[in-house]
Write a protein that binds this ligand. Structure first.
Ligand code: PMP
Length: 398
């Protein structure tokens, strides 16, 4: 081993080596097709449950047409940060569109969702303030809080009584209190109670930032996420999100009051010191927003698939936790069995993610399945048959 690997790192390396030797390591396999309902991995076609391309927009012909046109005009990228030459007319149109979608005054675009979350938090809190995080928020929120310099407190997942107690306890100790939630939780597929959060933040004089990553395009009458689902556009002060799920692309955004967004643009280091999203990606994402309005049938198909799949898995004896969205966990609750299950279903033609420590506690080990609008009933039935076959062999279902 190289001198770059410390003794502490060796333990992790040994674990990885064990998984590889047992031939149950399935991370970062070589993909050689687009991200559709079926995907070619290791030279063989698999049903695709590993992506967050929920609506299938990453290969939609209208999206690709918009990308090609922008590529012809702007090339591969714009070669600068948003404050320099990186804000094209396409970025401006997309920012205006997102601000309208979330009924906010303004919006900025970042090159990733991770960056957007970090910048959004940096712009909101700092030393002397406190981040009040749901215990299952995404890592980009945790890292954003670290970079902000604010103190942090956690409340029990989706337990608004616990949150109310915490707010009452810390209220007098800090300048600002920022409540942070994922709209839809990335490993469990349940969602935050925006109505209760909105009430609590008002009662305690706190602020609320929501991460719309797995909610935009999925929840709400128009697919405009959690605020649309609850009919509460004003409940969250700041809305951040990503283009890597609903558009199957890359990039992120922060939306809020105009003066706050202006402050972010000039103060959040995560935003200032990094290059802009390529215009061709911004153009494709803009087109994907248009599709939410023009072709609502994709969302309808997605929900049809979610309901069919969740019901089918439960009927077959699988534990899907609290999921009620396109993020569907198959709880296996054992690290080795989870890795083995994933390799066995892969060999049978289904590609998914094994989620183990440190992403979740060992007893929460699971397979994470991302449902797509473009999955056919045949894809779902075939996969459920594979899960039962493998599940029986490993004693996960009877
Ligand atoms: N928030 C959540 C809840 C996510 O699941 C992710 C991506 N896994 C992100 C933020 C970061 O988004 P991106 O991948 O676009 O950087």
């Amino acid at each position: 081993m190289s001198t770059l690997i410390s003794d502490a790192m060796k333990q992790q390396a040994a674990l990885l080596s064990t998984l590889r030797k047992a031939n149950i390591y399935t991370y970062s396999l070589e993909v050689s097709s687009a991200c559709r309902n079926r995907i070619i991995v290791g030279g063989k076609e698999h049903v695709n449950f590993i992506s967050n391309n929920y609506l299938g927009f990453s290969t939609h012909p209208k999206v690709l047409e918009a990308v090609r046109a922008a590529m012809d005009t702007y090339g591969l990228g714009i070669g600068g940060s948003p404050l320099a030459c990186g804000t094209t007319e396409i970025h401006y149109r997309l920012q205006e569109k997102i601000a309208r979608v979330y009924e906010k005054e303004a919006c900025v675009i970042c090159a990733s969702g991770y960056q957007a979350l970090v910048a959004g938090i940096q712009a909101t809190i700092g030393k002397g303030d406190v981040a009040i995080m749901d215990s299952l928020v995404h890592r980009s929120i945790v890292d954003g809080v670290t970079l902000s310099g604010a103190d942090r407190r956690m409340w029990l997942h989706n337990d608004t009584e616990d949150l109310a107690d915490l707010l009452a306890r810390v209220k007098k100790k800090y300048g600002r209190m920022l409540i942070l939630v994922d709209s839809v939780y990335s490993m469990d597929g349940d969602w935050a109670d925006l109505a209760a959060l909105g009430k609590l933040k008002d009662e305690h004089g706190a602020l609320l930032l929501i991460d719309e990553a797995h909610s935009l395009g999925v929840l709400g009458k128009r697919g405009y996420g959690l605020p649309d689902q609850f009919g509460l556009p004003d409940a969250a002060d700041v809305v951040a999100g990503t283009f890597s799920k609903f558009a199957g692309a890359v990039g992120g955004f922060v939306a809020g009051p105009a003066d706050f967004i202006d402050h972010l643009r000039h103060n959040a280091s995560a935003y200032i010191f990094s290059a802009s999203l390529p215009p061709m990606t911004a153009a494709g994402v803009y087109r994907a927003f248009g599709l939410l309005e023009e072709e609502p049938e994709w969302r309808a198909k997605l929900w049809d698939n979610i309901n069919y799949f969740l019901a089918g898995l439960k009927e077959r004896g699988f534990d899907t936790g609290p999921s009620r969205t396109a993020v569907v966990p198959l709880l296996i609750r054992d690290v080795e069995k989870t890795m083995t299950f994933n390799k066995m279903i892969f060999d049978e033609g289904v590609y998914a993610s094994p989620i183990v420590h440190p992403a979740v506690a060992p007893a929460e080990s699971r397979i994470r399945l991302g449902v797509m609008a473009t999955h056919t009933k045949e894809d779902l039935d075939f996969s459920m048959d594979v899960f039962v076959k493998v599940g029986k062999k490993l004693g996960i279902v009877r």
